[in-house]
Design a protein around this ligand. Structure first.
Ligand SMILES: [Zn+2]
Length: 268
């Protein structure tokens, strides 16, 4: 059986397309999500077509890799509002020093090979651009590194589960999608009312990702500081001690508004 870590190592070994995927794909919006399709089709179904600058050792040509990357990107369900979210756009962004520092840190995270096993919990006020950053991360990981990702808005996910429950349909598949992605982005956690049920769903997702040693990113507008003084907007109060302690182990906590220097000085 391949562990997730091994998977990252193997998918990273044939990376002759780093930097090429973006140029070879057309990025567009379809049914509320950002999608990608190859600009050109392969005359030989992705096998030694002779038109690609490099053919990979297993006989597949670059066209095939581009198609695989597009497939991964399309499965990641990036919301349409983030069509322009790229690492390049992030690097050029002009923002507060603390946000720029966090972006530099995340950028570095994305370049490491193999990827760190710890994800990122990004907290900060609404409108600070947390989700944009995460969408850029997904675009990079799927297109440039061939890693399967899923962008899931937590509140929307809860709504879908409820809907299935109301119609008597099985919600298994919804959860499986979250569990199976190599990198999961759970966006906007903590903005929905904290019922016992919400908390149970959250706990289930985090426990499963934790057990699978799977990379998980979270964004939240609750405060994710380390301070011992808890207030009602504190993420750990919302998430509960069980999930908080797991998330502490499985993620770097970054703050997107004020500088939380202790966190940003963490070594990956
Ligand atoms: Zn080809």
């Amino acid at each position: 059986m391949t562990t997730r870590q091994q998977l990252h190592r193997t998918t990273l070994s044939d990376h002759k397309v780093w930097g090429i995927a973006e140029q070879k794909l057309r990025i567009f919006i379809h049914q509320g999500n950002v999608k990608a399709e190859a600009r050109e089709s392969c005359p030989n179904q992705g096998y030694y077509c002779g038109q690609c600058p490099t053919s990979l050792s297993n006989g597949f040509c670059q066209h095939r890799i581009i198609l695989q990357r597009a497939r991964l990107f399309n499965k990641a369900t990036i919301p349409s509002r983030f069509i322009n979210a790229t690492m390049g756009a992030l690097r050029q962004q002009k923002s507060t020093p603390s946000i720029m520092k966090a972006i530099t840190w995340i950028d570095k995270w994305c370049q490491l090979d193999p990827l760190p096993q710890k994800g990122i919990l990004l907290s900060g006020p609404h409108g600070a651009g947390k989700s944009f950053v995460m969408a850029a991360v997904i675009r990079w990981l799927t297109l440039q590194r061939g890693i399967s990702c899923l962008f899931a808005i937590f509140g929307l996910f809860l709504m879908k589960v409820k809907q299935r429950y109301n119609t008597g349909e099985n919600d298994y598949e919804l959860f499986e999608n979250l569990f199976n992605a190599d990198v999961l982005i759970l966006d906007d956690v903590g903005s929905s009312r904290n019922s016992e049920w919400t908390n149970d769903v959250f706990k289930t997702i985090i426990a499963r990702r934790y057990n699978d040693c799977a990379i998980t990113f979270l964004t939240t507008n609750l405060s994710g500081g380390l301070s011992e003084e808890k207030n009602e907007n504190d993420f750990s109060l919302w998430a509960g001690s069980h999930s908080t302690s797991r998330l502490n182990e499985m993620s770097y906590w970054l703050t997107f508004d004020g500088p939380d220097r202790r966190r940003l000085s963490q070594k990956i």
